[in-house]
Ligand binder design. Structure first.
Ligand code: C2E
Ligand code: SIN
Ligand code: SIN
Ligand code: SIN
Ligand code: FE
Ligand code: FE
Length: 373
């Protein structure tokens, strides 16, 4: 960009409008955060004729600013008070700098990491409707011959920021709600798991196993993720079962087992009235995870494909995890014993197709077990 033939001339207002129109349409319909950030960075770069543009977002859980500096690259993180970006984030006021290396606030680690040479820089805050700063826009190296940013650039980037701030916040709020929902479901699942110490890990493993088996069974990523999010609730109905029975060290009496068996119906009744897809899936799983392929399970004695696939999947992974774990009433089994058991129960307790998928990929399941033990 030192050579004249690469220098750009300032945009006229028609070109500017064209850029805004092109990106506005894409930004309002985009539903992936990564792609949204990419579009916004591209738009900022084009509107200001900058060589690079980074959109830094504030992560309040870590008090850091983070960004994906290039397509496909890992995210970069800096403390929220570091560098020019951090300065603007803290002050809420824009900065326009002709030579970054003359400014002591500049933080050159990223230049050093990437071998890139920053010269002119402009940074402006991105604010939400309540005027709270949620991130900053940073454009680097103006591509005109003069190679510095002008007041017009500041105006254009501010325009972009006010527009993207709103789209961005709508998406961040959605993500926050979804994450919160998942966390609540997960916590409820932990409660349902009987009040023992290992429960958190059990719920996590069942969720991971269930997603893996769903993918191996040919379900797509979205549906596998749905099963993962819903499966921690499979035993939520155990909230209705006394501790003395749940944590009984030995074998249950017939009456006690009759009582425990009610947990699948209790869980279903707790969840069934919701119209949300996650809770509907959770209701099905809670109800059907103790049905058996041969029809001898509970609560309804359904058989074969009359048992919902989600229930059949969780049946396999729940038993795998129960057998591989210590319980108040049993020791953990060796892997060989578990595999023999699944071969024997193929087509009796379990869907034969799912048992085949499980056995074929057993190392991946064992790996999850080791990861979450
Ligand atoms: P859980 O411990 O999560 O076990 C889930 C399922 O894994 C069981 O469903 C069963 O299909 C299988 N499973 C677990 N341990 C063994 C085992 O040692 N051998 C065999 N062959 N299969 C096993 P199930 O039987 O419907 O039990 C539902 C829940 O009832 C269990 O969940 C557990 O909380 C409780 N439970 C079952 N049997 C006993 C027992 O003998 N003592 C106590 N204290 N609780 C039991
Ligand atoms: C990019 O520069 O293409 C990535 C945008 C960002 O996340 O900062
Ligand atoms: C800064 O804005 O000074 C920190 C980020 C960077 O090094 O580009
Ligand atoms: C536990 O993990 O201790 C409870 C058993 C279960 O609900 O699977
Ligand atoms: Fe259960
Ligand atoms: Fe369980």
């Amino acid at each position: 960009m030192e050579s004249n033939q690469y220098h750009k001339s300032e945009l006229n207002s028609e070109e500017l409008l064209q850029i805004i129109f092109d990106y506005a349409a894409q930004i309002t319909t985009e539903n992936s955060l990564d792609r949204l950030l990419m579009l916004m960075a591209d738009m900022g770069r084009k509107m200001t004729l900058a060589d690079r543009c980074t959109l830094w977002l504030y992560d309040e859980t870590k008090n850091e600013l983070w960004a994906r500096v290039a397509h496909g690259m890992e995210e970069v993180r800096v403390p929220s008070s570091v560098g020019l970006a951090g300065h603007v984030f803290q002050s809420g006021e824009p900065l326009v700098i002709d030579d970054a290396y003359q400014d002591e606030r500049f933080h050159s680690v990223i230049d050093i990491q990437t071998g890139y040479r920053t010269k002119s820089v402009m940074v402006i805050p991105v604010k939400n409707k309540l005027n709270k700063t949620i991130g900053v826009y940073q454009v680097i190296n103006k591509l005109t011959e003069e190679s510095i940013f002008h007041p017009n650039d500041l105006k254009y980037l501010s325009l972009a920021a006010s527009y993207t701030g709103q789209a961005l916040e709508a998406m961040l709020v959605n993500i926050e709600i979804e994450e919160t929902q998942k966390e609540i479901l997960f916590k409820m699942g932990e409660i349902g798991e009987g009040r023992s110490k290992e429960t958190g890990a059990h719920v996590k493993r069942v969720a991971e196993y269930a997603k893996l088996l769903a993918l191996k069974a040919g379900l797509d990523e979205d549906e596998a993720e749905l099963i993962k999010v819903a499966s921690p609730m499979h035993d939520i109905g155990k909230v209705g079962i006394p501790d003395a029975i749940l944590n009984k060290p030995g074998k249950l009496s017939t009456e006690e087992f009759q009582l425990i068996k009610k947990h699948s119906k209790i869980g279903y009744d707790l969840l069934k009235s919701s119209k949300r897809s996650i809770l509907q899936a959770a209701a099905i799983i809670a109800e059907q995870h103790h049905e058996r392929w041969d029809g001898k399970g509970y609560p309804n004695g359904r058989s074969g494909e009359d048992i919902h696939l989600y229930g059949r999947i969780v049946a396999v992974v729940d038993v795998f995890d129960a057998l591989a774990s210590h319980r108040p009433y049993k020791e953990a089994w060796e892997l060989d014993r578990i595999l023999t058991y699944f071969r024997e129960e193929r087509g009796k307790h379990f869907d034969p197709m799912l048992v085949d998928m499980f056995l074929r990929n057993v190392e991946a399941f064992v790996k999850i077990k080791e990861q979450y033990s």
